[in-house]
Ligand binder design. Structure first.
Ligand SMILES: O=P(O)(O)O[C@@H]1C[C@H](O)[C@@H](CO)O1
Ligand SMILES: Nc1nc2[nH]cnc2c(=O)[nH]1
Length: 291
């Protein structure tokens, strides 16, 4: 490691090699579970799991609802690795730490990243409990220069100036919609724009109104950095936001949001999300799910 924040290729490789020595699983798909969504890992069969604190080089999760375990296993015969708990910028992690696991996954052979998060809705047509398929994102910290790709570019992972239009894979989005239809849950499935803000505070009314005017459908405190790093190294990306609350946009509204409420709503949709993600992975075209 060069400095506190700079991570070099060998650091990622060391962690990947350690994991490869500890499990027979060779995942092609990685899933990052958002707040309260760690149960997505429960569906994995033949699990090998590792506490983040036992994995060399891994950061630690500090947020309630993020268990801090990396779980390998099979979903309908396809090998996956699942992060039960992610890292956020507001926890004090550098963005290279926040995205560290994504590059490790690349070195494990992962080619598809599924990200999930809990988010507040700005779109008037959304309700609490809706599932939003992420069409695109706005990365506020990124626009302000806080980007995990800052610093010397590691050409072994990807190009200096990666394109980001079309970053959320269109065919996977369509596949997810079709699956939702067949599950009979289309009435609470949306597609929209996710916006990352730094957090950890929830939005003021003025901020909420700003985001609404910008065309943001759902706001949260994660996801964009992981997606940037995954796309930079050539992974296919699919994302889901679970709408856990409506962001307060009126001074007349006395509602307030809190993390406990976010976790409560996550629980309510856990089964639907599990079925949706499992079905998506089972229908995905994966080159080779054994190595
Ligand atoms: O990890 P995610 O983005 O799901 O977590 C969201 C944003 C904050 O970390 C937390 C707020 O309740 O949930
Ligand atoms: N920034 C933000 N993150 C969230 N995560 C879950 N709900 C919210 C919200 O309303 N705002």
């Amino acid at each position: 490691m060069h400095s506190k924040d700079q991570i070099c290729h060998e650091d990622y490789q060391r962690t990947a090699d350690w994991l490869l020595s500890q499990t027979q699983h060779r995942p092609k798909v990685a899933i990052i579970c958002g707040s309260g969504l760690g149960m997505l890992a429960d569906a994995l069969k033949c699990q090998d799991s590792f506490k983040y604190s036992d994995i060399p080089g891994f950061p630690q999760s500090t947020v309630k609802g993020h268990a801090g375990r990396l779980v390998f296993g099979e979903l309908k015969g396809k090998t996956c690795v699942c992060m039960q708990g992610r890292f956020h910028m507001y926890e004090g992690h550098s963005l290279s730490k926040v995205t560290f696991p994504v590059r490790v996954f690349k070195l494990l052979g992962v080619d598809t990243l599924i990200v999930t998060n809990a988010a507040g809705s700005l779109a008037d047509s959304y309700s609490c409990g809706d599932i939003m398929i992420i069409r695109d994102h706005i990365n506020f910290p990124g626009l302000a220069g806080l980007n995990p790709l800052n610093g010397p570019n590691d050409d072994k992972f990807g190009t200096r100036f990666p394109p980001m239009s079309g970053v959320y894979d269109k065919s996977l989005r369509k596949m997810a919609f079709d699956i939702c239809k067949s599950m009979g849950v289309s009435q609470y499935v949306q597609e929209g724009v996710y916006c990352m803000v730094g957090g950890p505070n929830f939005e003021t009314v003025a901020e909420a109104r700003l985001l609404h005017r910008l065309g943001v459908d759902a706001v949260g405190m994660s996801t964009a950095p992981e997606v940037l790093v995954a796309s930079h190294c050539g992974m296919r990306v699919f994302g889901l936001s679970l709408i856990t609350n409506k962001v307060v946009k009126s001074y007349e509204d006395n509602e307030t949001v809190n993390h406990e409420a976010v976790l409560e709503v996550s629980k309510m949709r856990s089964e639907t999300l599990q079925v949706l993600v499992t079905e998506l992975i089972s229908q995905m075209d994966i080159n080779n799910n054994t190595a």
